[in-house]
Design a protein around this ligand. Structure first.
Ligand SMILES: Cc1cc2nc3c(=O)[nH]c(=O)nc-3n(C[C@H](O)[C@H](O)[C@H](O)COP(=O)(O)OP(=O)(O)OC[C@H]3O[C@@H](n4cnc5c(N)ncnc54)[C@H](O)[C@@H]3O)c2cc1C
Length: 261
């Protein structure tokens, strides 16, 4: 299996960084919104309301919590920016991980008005400049939707050859459904939803398009194999997807992904 280093940036999840020479900026939490079960979005502004560095869609924000508690002090994590690139506000969307140190802190302890210390957004999982004329295929599983959502916001302003494929368990953990629906309807983009484990109340054709997982046959019949592919999700999902795309003849240079852990 060849999940390689091409656009793989899990090593960017810095846990014990040297902060020497790194510029941190104070950001203040201005809003906190529950997206669905276990996923909350956090909205940050510069503490002095100065302009922020505009990120490239797909990049992430490395930061540490501002606290004197030795359990959290100095610990860094990175979260993909999940909003349209802009200079006034950053949004991250975090899944609470069982026994996860910082995701639990953010969910349970970080309140509006609290501060964090953030680096400028970084990351190489961004849309390539030369991809404009090719179909753009954005595929996510679970919380892996965050960088792809930012790409969708940005790219849908410029083109309509976008396929947005979102795989989640079911409607209870389906973040950003309304946002994605609205953008895709407005721009007439292809929006496909997979539920791996639909609830009894979830209706095929209404809440989701396909039950189960994205497989090779489905990709072959439904996605443009001459497209530029960007995907993010759990490792097993990405390995299967990469292997299927390569088997179907998609060239390596058109396969881009990012792993969160
Ligand atoms: C580029 C990038 C972008 C990312 N973007 C997002 C995003 O948009 N949204 C998002 O939700 N996440 C994102 N992540 C993941 C995020 O950075 C964190 O890794 C994640 O939130 C877990 O951090 P944590 O501190 O909560 O968990 P940690 O404390 O680091 O724990 C991680 C795992 O280890 C287990 N663990 C912890 N301590 C122990 C122990 N003593 N023994 C056994 N197991 C243990 C935990 O149960 C958990 O499963 C991204 C990661 C990367 C690299």
């Amino acid at each position: 299996m060849c999940i390689s280093n091409r656009s793989y940036s899990s090593s960017n999840n810095i846990s014990t960084p040297s902060t020497n020479g790194i510029n941190f900026r104070e950001l203040v939490l201005v809003d906190k919104i529950k997206e669905c079960e276990d996923i909350v979005s956090f909205y940050f502004k510069d503490v002095d309301n100065k302009n922020l560095k505009k990120h490239k869609a797909g990049q992430f924000l490395p930061f540490k919590i501002q606290t004197e508690d030795p359990k959290y002090k100095g610990v860094m994590r990175t979260y993909s920016l999940s909003m349209v690139p802009n200079e006034s506000m950053y949004r991250i969307s975090v899944k609470k991980i069982k026994n996860g140190l910082i995701s639990s802190y953010l969910h349970d302890k970080l309140n509006i008005g609290d501060k964090i210390e953030a680096m400028d957004p970084i990351g190489i999982f961004t849309i390539k400049e030369n991809s404009k004329n090719k179909p753009l295929v954005l595929i996510s599983a679970g919380i892996g939707v965050t960088p792809l959502l930012s790409m969708l916001y940005e790219e849908s302003k410029k083109r309509d050859n976008i396929y947005f494929v979102q795989a989640v368990q079911n409607s209870s953990i389906h973040p950003f459904k309304n946002d994605v629906d609205a953008i895709c309807k407005y721009r007439n983009l292809s929006h496909i939803i997979f539920y791996s484990n639909p609830l009894e109340c979830d209706k095929e054709g209404v809440d989701y398009d396909f039950a189960g997982r994205i497989d090779k046959e489905w990709i072959k019949n439904n996605l443009p194999l001459d497209g530029d592919f960007y995907f993010c999700g759990p490792l097993a999902f990405m390995k299967a997807l990469e292997s299927n795309l390569l088997d179907l003849g998609v060239k390596e240079e058109y396969i881009n992904y990012e792993l969160f852990s």
